[in-house]
Design a protein around this ligand. Structure first.
Ligand SMILES: Nc1nc2c(ncn2[C@@H]2O[C@H](COP(=O)(O)OP(=O)(O)O)[C@@H](O)[C@H]2O)c(=O)[nH]1
Ligand SMILES: [Mg+2]
Length: 409
């Protein structure tokens, strides 16, 4: 669906809230739910295209993999290595959120590089924003490219990769006077000076190591990517970004929470069937299974993500599995039924609480089904977010542990 139509649907939703309330109060949930279903569908199918560019060998392909939560050896990974492997723009869909494509773009280091020609060749308008990577100096080519993007009104983010290499080299060469903070600030200063010479004043630069993603500026980059994208695409990006930073976990939680009532209304209003063993509750179990799967994927709690986390940290998988409080198993209809059973125990009390909230109160009057489903989604979201916070603590502790082991060697 095109973005204008989507935006108008979202704004219509808020304008319609009075009308929605009346409809709910009249008890006509199916009529409202059909409208909300279209909104939910639009939200789930927002397309996002990210172009990753820079010179050959700067780490473009490695970044394309890292931002999708993949290592170099995953079957869906972009090929990495010192030889340039990317000749044409190549889309790499996010493994869990297929509506997001990260494009590995050709290197910008041909001897006759012309930004305009390059941007035409890669179809610049296709991308929502660009990430420009360099592993050493920002050159005239990067400057030309950035100016070309500014002229086209395209957002870009500047990344200086491989800072782990600079840090390690400096600590070897000047062991007595070494300061990591100083190395980083020198890199930053150098980037600023060179970009200034290219006509770009105080741009944000993100220093990264693709192999220690959480260590340098990746968390700041994640936030900047989200802030820079059109507002109706923010949700799609937030849920798909790697769940390794506290700030992004909070953004994920808030964005998913905002849509809980929408999912609940659609699940109760479209194709509801009685839930076995849960009295007075009817809803679409498949939709709820899909929603909970989305929470697991977004917070990195699915099996694939946990296996990758164990590999990255060198910790045994069971350490992560044991730390998880919420359901560990793959999300199934049986699990959803079980969770609905748990939620139904206090749903009637919850219905009373909902009555005080505009719109939600109106929904609650539609019956115990909505209150139970809403409660179940909220509980599951809270549990998933809490587990994700626990996992990043283990992740960060194990990175610090590995770093101190390395520096003692
Ligand atoms: N130490 C270190 N090596 C990196 C980093 N990013 C990429 N590399 C390595 O640099 C080489 C080139 O990376 P690649 O992603 O293929 O670059 P591309 O040609 O721009 O796609 C590979 O061997 C990567 O493993 C990084 O942040 N730190
Ligand atoms: Mg490459």
């Amino acid at each position: 669906m095109d973005s204008q139509l989507f935006q108008s649907r979202i704004s219509q939703l808020s304008m319609d809230s009075g009308a929605l309330k009346e409809t709910f109060e009249a008890g006509n949930l199916p009529a409202v739910a059909a409208k909300l279903q279209a909104t939910l569908h639009a939200l789930d199918s927002v397309k996002l295209d990210i172009g990753v560019t820079g010179r050959t060998g700067s780490g473009k392909s490695t970044f394309v993999n890292a931002i999708r939560g993949l290592g170099d050896e995953d079957p869906n990974s972009a090929g990495t290595g010192v030889v340039e492997m990317t000749v044409e723009p190549t889309p790499y869909p996010h493994p869990k959120f297929r509506n997001i494509n990260i494009w590995d773009l050709p290197g910008i280091d041909t001897p006759t590089f012309q930004a305009d020609e390059y941007l035409q060749r890669v179809l610049a308008d296709r991308y929502d924003f660009f990430v420009i990577i360099t592993s050493d100096l920002f050159t005239a080519g990067h400057g030309q490219l950035a100016r070309g993007l500014l002229q086209r009104g395209k957002a870009f983010h500047l990344v200086r990769s491989k800072v782990d290499v600079d840090v390690a080299a400096s600590s070897r060469r000047r062991p007595r006077t070494f300061s990591e903070a100083r190395v980083l600030s020198q890199i930053r200063e150098d980037c600023w000076q060179r970009l200034k010479a290219e006509g770009l004043n105080s741009p944000k630069i993100f220093l990264l190591s693709m192999f220690e993603l959480a260590k340098y500026d990746f968390c700041l980059l994640e936030e900047s990517l989200v802030e820079g994208v059109e507002s109706h695409k923010q949700h799609a990006l937030v849920v798909a970004l790697p769940a390794i930073c506290k700030a992004i976990l909070e953004k994920k939680e808030a964005s998913l929470r905002k849509h809980v009532w929408l999912v609940a209304a659609v699940a109760c209003g479209i194709n509801p069937s009685p839930v076995p063993g849960v009295q007075d509750v009817a809803c679409d179990l498949d939709r709820l299974t899909h929603a909970l799967e989305g929470y697991h994927h977004s917070f990195g709690l699915d099996e694939d993500s946990l296996v990758k986390l164990a590999e990255q940290t060198g910790q045994p998988l069971h350490r992560f599995l044991e730390a998880i409080q919420g359901p560990r198993a793959t999300v199934t209809r049986e699990l959803v039924v079980d969770l609905l059973g748990q939620a139904s125990r206090d749903a009637s009390m919850f219905t009373q609480e909902l009555l005080h909230v505009p719109i939600l109160g109106a929904l609650a009057t539609c019956g115990i089904s909505f209150a139970t489903v809403y409660q179940m989604l909220r509980m599951s979201l809270d549990a998933a977010a809490e587990d994700a916070h626990t996992l990043i603590k283990i992740f960060q502790n194990s990175s610090e542990h590995r770093l101190s082991e390395n520096s003692n060697q």
